[in-house]
Write a protein that binds this ligand. Structure first.
Ligand SMILES: Cc1ncc(COP(=O)(O)O)c(C=O)c1O
Length: 347
């Protein structure tokens, strides 16, 4: 494929049929967002930055500032520097060295906060981000958790699926900001109203009515706060995996499918495999795999890390247990998010 720029090359990712035990006519596919130049959020960065330039909110040459240790930082670095913006990334000492090397290689200024503040690393990062916004004239912050251009970025992903498959019965995806799963689901449902959407979260995340456990080890998915871009109404079923189950699933994705992904790709694979195995009739199931495994070499793929974190002591389930929404879980479980009924008009 020939592209005029790295920005045009974002997306157009491969869709691969997986080799899975399934009933006649049931097919499972992996949408390899990990084949983007950096990762899935390259799409989000492109959409947010181009829209902000069009609206004038981001002037040519003005600085971009983002707080992230992962895929969003890389996406902003890619699109921002390609368009000639100085890019400032605010992060903390937990950033992995591969991501740090990539950000610096692209010419970003990386600000590593050295001390937690009132609400841990997150608040320390946001305080520094605020300070940078005040001191850098014209600076723009993409705000992936609330910017509607985050979910809107996945219209292209939905179009790619429709062009390649024509039909999708079940979509499986991880949830962090909610942008990728809710955005893809919303765009697909405009053509496929019967679509079933299965979300994947981690034990200890508050996104779907669970208690917060900030010590959780999984990155990318899960959250300690509710992002405005998460639209619960788009999600039919939600699965939670604990750290051991998610990391083991990431190993299984490599061993069984030759796909070396990060832990969110592993979790999506585990749930997709389960969904495919449950379906009796012809069906097309697609899972979104967000990023590659390289930056997890010292964590997910390191036996010393498993030992140090006591991962082998966590419970493991081979199949998910159905739980009432809101019941705290410690191992693979699933439920259906409860929708708040709309208030009758006039009341
Ligand atoms: C590696 C990885 N996987 C999954 C997600 C979750 O995606 P979303 O924020 O679109 O819900 C993220 C979000 O940052 C991520 O970095």
């Amino acid at each position: 494929m020939l592209f005029d720029s790295v920005i045009d090359a974002v997306g157009h990712t491969p869709l691969v049929a997986l080799n899975l035990p399934a009933a006649e006519g049931v097919r499972g596919y992996a949408k390899l967002e990990l084949q983007n130049l950096f990762a899935m959020k390259d799409r989000v960065a492109r959409q947010i930055i181009l829209t902000a330039r069009e609206s004038g909110e981001l002037a040519p040459g003005a600085p971009l500032i983002e707080s992230s240790s992962g895929t969003m930082a890389l996406g902003v670095a890619l699109v921002g520097t390609a368009l000639g913006h100085p890019v400032h990334i605010v992060t903390d000492p937990r950033i992995d060295k591969i991501t740090l090397a990539k950000l610096r290689a692209l010419g970003c200024e990386v600000h590593v906060v050295q001390q937690m503040s009132s609400h841990g690393w997150q608040s320390a990062r946001l305080e520094l981000l605020d300070e940078l916004l005040r001191t850098l004239p014209g600076a723009f912050w993409p705000r992936q958790y609330s910017n509607p251009q985050n979910p809107a970025a996945y219209r292209t992903l939905a179009e790619e699926l429709l062009a390649e498959l024509g039909h999708v019965d079940v979509l499986v995806g991880s949830v962090g900001s909610g942008g990728s799963l809710c955005g893809t689901a919303r765009a697909l449902r405009a053509k496929l109203p019967e679509l079933r959407v299965v979300g994947v979260d981690c034990v200890g995340s508050v996104l779907f009515g669970q208690p917060d456990w900030p010590q959780r080890l999984q990155s990318g998915l899960g959250n300690s706060m509710l992002p405005p871009n998460l639209d619960h109404g788009q999600i039919d079923d939600i699965h939670w995996l604990n750290d051991r189950e998610a990391f083991a699933a990431t190993h299984a994705l490599a061993a069984e499918q030759q796909i070396f992904g990060g832990n969110t790709s592993g979790s999506v694979y585990r749930v997709l495999r389960h969904v495919v195995g449950e379906l009796a009739g012809p069906a097309v199931v697609v899972g979104i795999l967000p990023d590659r495994g390289d930056r997890y070499a010292d964590t997910v793929f390191d036996s010393g890390h498993w030992e140090a974190k006591g991962l082998d002591d966590l419970p493991v389930r081979r199949e998910p247990e159905r739980v009432p929404y809101g019941q705290p879980v410690t191992a693979w479980s699933w439920s259906s998010p409860v929708e708040v009924p709309p208030t009758p008009s006039g009341v």
